[in-house]
Design a protein. Sequence first.
Length: 250
Amino acid sequence: MARILILGGTGEARALAAALDENPHIEVVSSLAGRTRDPRVPVGEVRVGGFGGADGLGKWLRANPVDAIVDATHPFAVRIAANAVEVAKRCGIPILVLRRPAWVRRAGDDWHEVADVGEAAQLLPQMRSRVFLTVGRQGVEAFAALSSLWFLIRAIDPPDAAMPARSALLLARGPFTEAAEAALMREHRIDVLVTKNSGGDQTRAKLDAARALGIPVVMVRRPPLPSGVPTVDDVAGALAWIGSRAHVPE
Ligand code: NAP
């Protein structure tokens, strides 16, 4: 029996846990940060909450040994990703990074790529005045001082830090359709969209709607992947890697 730790919080992590659940030679424990009030929970064993940094993760792994780790966290979850690689190397545990592909610019897109939410906030006042902000709850604070702009802020849970003074909060979780995204942008007279390059199909409709409506997009580029670690971009790739590393029948 091989035991795999999946660092999760994404659709890919849930799909991987579900696929591995079918294999009687594999035991999975999925780990969630515990940030979302009503998370979509993977099948199988789940633990919730931070480990307490790299040292805490190391301690957890000594108490709960695993044969391999799959970091299937969100492309912008850089701290847990770095901790996982550091601890896996230190403990000699094979680790794989599973990251969905980034969105790529299509013909007709008007993207303004920036390094982080801070740079997005600096750029906005020179651009437009009615902003559709979809950078996640934790990214909203970077825009709090932009009092001359109006924001439609969409997040799964309410931000717990400061929000821009002129704003409306929409609590919603994807998937969204292009028609609904376009209707929302028209209803609120949105003239610029701000997003992180999360990738995936669940939330890409806003990009299609923005292109169709001629609305520019401020796109926060992804942080670099952990270096020196094997990386795949889909669940099939992760299953193949687990099959080869953990020496288990598929
Ligand atoms: P982060 O900045 O990399 O992580 C901050 C801290 O949260 C980590 O140091 C760790 O605490 C804890 N943590 C994160 N992921 C964890 C996991 N899967 N299991 C246990 N602890 C975890 O990550 P984040 O951007 O706050 O994202 C938190 C979680 O939400 C991630 O699991 C990610 O997959 C998911 N998510 C993030 C985004 C996003 O835009 N960032 C979007 C959708 C989903 P300790 O140091 O105490 O271990």
